[in-house]
Design a protein around this ligand. Structure first.
Ligand code: ADP
Ligand code: MG
Ligand code: MG
Length: 874
């Protein structure tokens, strides 16, 4: 490769060599757009510079000089000439854009004599000195490493002395004075006179710009964006054009579409009589690009035309830098514009409608996280916020409300019409009502897959968890973080997308699935092979999922149906029952309640399949906490409430009795179903009674019964027979012939290894990848994250948290193997996954690869999964 390319030789496909800016300058030159001529010294030359002790090699210097001659011919000016000097800009430009991270020098080539010649040539002495003072400042800052504020201070002092309101009010004499003060600063700080030899200026400037690849902010930026530190930057040496030649000149930035909303309308800012970074530096307040239409109508028309050409060419929204010199428009840069989630979606959809891009391209332009972002309330990007603490961004979206410290209180206040934010150490399933009532949840413990996080994500509620900086004092009902104290009832805002916590109610914007978003998702549906279902265990969630385009319920957990405050006592009676009669009584009460839930869910799904998982968690989860109970008993012993004491003591005995050292591997799932048949029988009966009722009303229902935690085919066989007995009897009584399926959750390694045996008996598999990850790794999901998993991920012992992104090498292989061996014996076997991975794009891609039928995820992730599934196919 050559080390230097003229812009005429440059093009987009040389981007790795020329950097983004150089490649775009080349591309625009080839397109015939007005670009000031110049050359690009390559990123490879940058590495030569580093190898050569941070100096340009003689060869590079010669090369630059050769190309300079070309530039002089093109412009009719001479570099180093005192009467008509060729002035240059020296600009950095990496392959991956790092806006503002590296350095630029403008007006290079001026010295004490050339500035006079330049003044005569342009017939504008003030302008010439304005260029000169800018050059000295930038050179001093970039090449001689003098801190920018020293020049800034010099400028401010002078303005103050002469009473100039802004830089435009400075006279020629003032600017001359500024030049001499700047030279003083250089002498004081760098110990040298400002270099007068243009070639020396040029060589040292190119070296400094190469060197800016390794300045501190550039390194930090690369770290943050995972950009390779060895890539290097290119340097562009370009003829200057001048935006500071009076009111027919100016400089600015435009986006071809609104980067915040996506609206197809030119968006941007400019300043007349200004140069370089004045627009972004806040020297004067820039004007909206629309006013240029009045100020310089011809230039505006030209700008519109050029931006259209560029968008047509790049087929994406562009972010363009331009300068106007005496009514003539020049383009200095174009790049693909950064945009918000909302804008990304709108632009992609619009561009298909405009015939600019194809549908598959549009589907790739929108990121799954864009969909997720627009589905939640967000902090108004226009407002400034003060962050008091930061936790894990557990469930996106923003929420504000009055702080409460207990779930009960959250519920009470919600009923009174207040918005509350639940703040606690961590949440347990018993706090679910508090989570439902609250706008969002903030916990000081627990990780991204902690209960609070999973539940909040499931409900599309904002959640920040593991916010360790916060100290809660439950006695006085307040928390302290740093030197801020927040009391119960104070307003607080959390941003679940960033983990930030802010005092007060920050202004929000409401979510909705825009027309464009619907359009993108409909296209995604046409592309994807993988089905998308939702995890939902109540009517409203099922309804939400339906609205978001689910094709069924992949996991309806039934334990939450036992959890409602009015049901827990009955469930407890059931668990503690001594006689069959007591048991019977409790079950008779529970059944109609659950039937009601199923009716709602079936109705919401309008005939799409609903997979109901029979009870899974260990029973003691429905009983009071052991330590709490001990405390209560001790208290009662000191009073004379004898009856109550006896009751509680009895309860305590039971709770102790049921206590297990490894509840996750304990008496739960199908084991429970096998040992206490009545519970599953009650559930199956509730499901089928609900189904029968709806079918009789003329509605469609497609129930699927799922047995959890099967590890041996015999467990499945036993339970299948029992389920069928109850279901078939009810159907027979009703005189109905309703099709239903019975399948299993595959969530234990042994089940995966014996999938062929199980598939002979089962109609479907649903991989419970939360438990499967837990049992395959041997990591307890509840404890691993805070204890060591965090460290593992940080130190790259594991590439990723396997509870968030499916572990392809281990868990994924089990899924793949079980799917294949299951289908071999049962070609009709339907296979899906439920569990948190079902909504995570990388895991979804794996599921596509394994040929699963569907993924199932929380309702709010359904749209995300629809897109991710399409992307996996493309
Ligand atoms: P950054 O990468 O930080 O945006 P640039 O190299 O794009 O740095 O330069 C910053 C600004 O300097 C440009 O937006 C433009 O206003 C000005 N500039 C750069 N090159 C020239 C030039 N040849 N003529 C006039 N102005 C220029
Ligand atoms: Mg730029
Ligand atoms: Mg499980």
């Amino acid at each position: 490769n050559k080390d230097i390319y003229s812009f005429e030789e440059g093009s987009l496909d040389l981007k790795p060599l020329l950097g983004g800016k150089g490649a775009s300058l080349g591309e625009m030159t080839t397109l015939g757009l007005p670009v000031p001529p110049g050359m690009t010294v390559t990123t490879e030359a940058c590495n030569l510079y580093y190898e050569n002790n941070e100096k340009l090699t003689e060869e590079l210097k010669e090369g630059i000089k050769e190309y300079l001659i070309e530039l002089e011919e093109k412009t009719g000016k001479n570099f180093g000439d005192n009467d008509s000097p060729l002035l240059l800009s020296i600009r950095s430009g990496a392959t991956i854009s790092m806006p503002g991270m590296m350095d630029t020098i403008l007006n290079l080539g001026l010295n004490d004599q050339a500035v006079e010649g330049f003044a005569k040539e342009t017939n504008d002495e003030r302008f010439a000195y304005d260029c000169y003072r800018r050059f000295i400042q930038m050179f001093g800052n970039v090449v001689l490493k003098i801190e920018g504020y020293k020049f800034g201070r010099g400028l401010d002092e002078l303005k103050e002395e002469v009473g100039a309101e802004n830089d435009l009010a400075l006279t020629t004499e003032d600017l001359k004075e500024l030049v001499s003060r700047y030279k003083e600063i250089i002498k004081d700080e760098a110990g040298i006179d400002f270099p007068q030899d243009p070639m020396e200026q040029l060589i040292t400037a190119v070296e400094a710009v190469f060197g800016s690849w390794n300045n501190k902010r550039a390194i930090i930026y690369r770290d943050a964006h995972e950009i390779d530190h060895s890539l290097g930057t290119a340097v562009n040496i370009q003829t200057m054009v001048f935006g500071n030649m009076g009111d027919g000149s100016g400089t600015g930035v435009v986006f071809t579409r609104n980067p915040s909303t996506g609206e197809n309308k030119l968006y941007g800012e400019y300043l007349l009589n200004a140069q370089g970074e004045d627009v972004v530096a806040g020297i004067r307040t820039p004007q909206s690009i629309q006013t240029l239409k009045e100020q310089l109508p011809e230039v505006f028309d030209q700008l519109v035309e050029v931006t259209e050409t560029l968008e047509e060419h790049y087929k994406d929204m562009q972010d363009i830098e331009f300068t106007i010199e005496n009514g003539q428009l020049y383009l200095l840069q174009t790049r693909t514009g950064k945009r918000t989630a909302k804008a990304a979606i709108k632009i992609a959809a619009d561009m298909v409608a405009e015939g600019l891009i194809e549908i598959d391209e549009a589907l790739l332009r929108v990121e799954p996280k864009h969909i997720e972002k627009v589905l939640h309330r967000q902090i108004d990007p226009e407002v400034e916020t003060e962050v008091i603490a930061k936790g894990l961004p557990a469930s996106p979206g923003a929420a504000s409300g009055e702080v409460v410290f207990s779930a009960d209180e959250a519920e009470e206040l919600k009923e009174k019409g207040k918005n509350v934010l639940l703040v606690s150490l961590e949440t347990t399933p018993e706090d679910i009502h508090g989570v439902i009532a609250a706008e969002g949840v903030l916990t000081t413990r627990g990780g991204m897959t902690s209960h609070a996080a999973v539940v909040a994500r499931g409900m599309g509620k904002s959640c920040v968890c593991g916010c360790e900086g916060i100290n809660i004092d439950f006695e006085v009902e307040e928390f302290v973080v740093g030197d801020t104290t927040v009391k119960k009832g104070d307003n607080l805002t959390i941003n679940g997308g960033t983990g930030e916590v802010m005092v007060g109610s920050v202004k929000m914007t409401e979510p909705k699935l825009s027309e464009e978003c619907q359009q993108i998702l409909n296209w995604a549906d046409e592309y994807r092979d993988l089905g998308v279902r939702a995890n939902a265990d109540n009517g409203p969630d099922a309804q939400k999922a339906y609205e978001f385009g689910t094709e069924g319920i992949g996991l309806c957990r039934t334990e939450h149906m036992f959890m409602a405050p009015d049901r827990v006592p009955i469930v407890q009676k059931l668990i503690l029952s001594e006689s069959d009669a007591e048991k019977e009584e409790a079950l008779t009460k529970l059944e109609p309640m659950q039937r009601q839930d199923f009716e709602e869910i079936f109705t919401a799904l309008k005939g799409k399949p609903v997979t109901v998982r029979l009870l899974d968690p260990p029973l003691h989860e429905f009983l009071p906490d052991l330590t709490e109970l001990v405390k209560e008993v001790t208290e009662l012993q000191q009073s004379d409430a004898n009856e109550e004491l006896k009751e509680k003591q009895e309860l305590l005995r039971k709770v102790k009795d049921m206590n297990e050292s490894n509840p996750m591997l304990g008496f739960r799932g199908c084991r429970l179903g096998i040992m206490i048949p009545e519970i599953y029988e009650m559930q199956v009966s509730a499901i089928f009674k609900a189904a029968i009722k709806l079918v009789k009303e003329g509605k469609e229902v497609e129930p699927e019964i799922m047995l959890p935690l099967i590890t041996h085919v015999n467990e499945f066989k036993t339970l299948r027979t029992r389920v069928e007995k109850v279901a078939d009897q009810l159907l027979e009584e009703a005189g109905l012939d309703l099709e239903y399926k019975i399948g299993t959750m595959i969530e234990l390694p042994r089940a995966c290894m014996t999938a062929d045996q199980i598939a002979e008996e089962a109609d479907f598999f649903s991989f419970g990848t939360n438990d499967l990850t837990q049992t395959t790794f041997g990591f307890s999901r509840d404890d691993a994250e805070s204890k060591f998993l965090h460290y593992y991920v940080e130190k790259e012992l594991l590439p990723e948290n396997p509870f968030i992104s499916l572990d392809a090498d281990g868990v994924g292989r089990l899924v793949n193997l079980a799917t294949d061996s299951g289908r071999e014996v049962n070609p009709d076997l339907k296979v899906g996954i439920c569990g948190e991975h079902g909504g995570e794009p990388k895991s979804i891609a794996l599921c596509h690869e394994y040929g699963l039928n569907y993924v199932s995820c929380s309702p709010y992730r359904v749209p995300v999964a629809r897109l991710a599934a399409a992307q996996a196919k493309i």
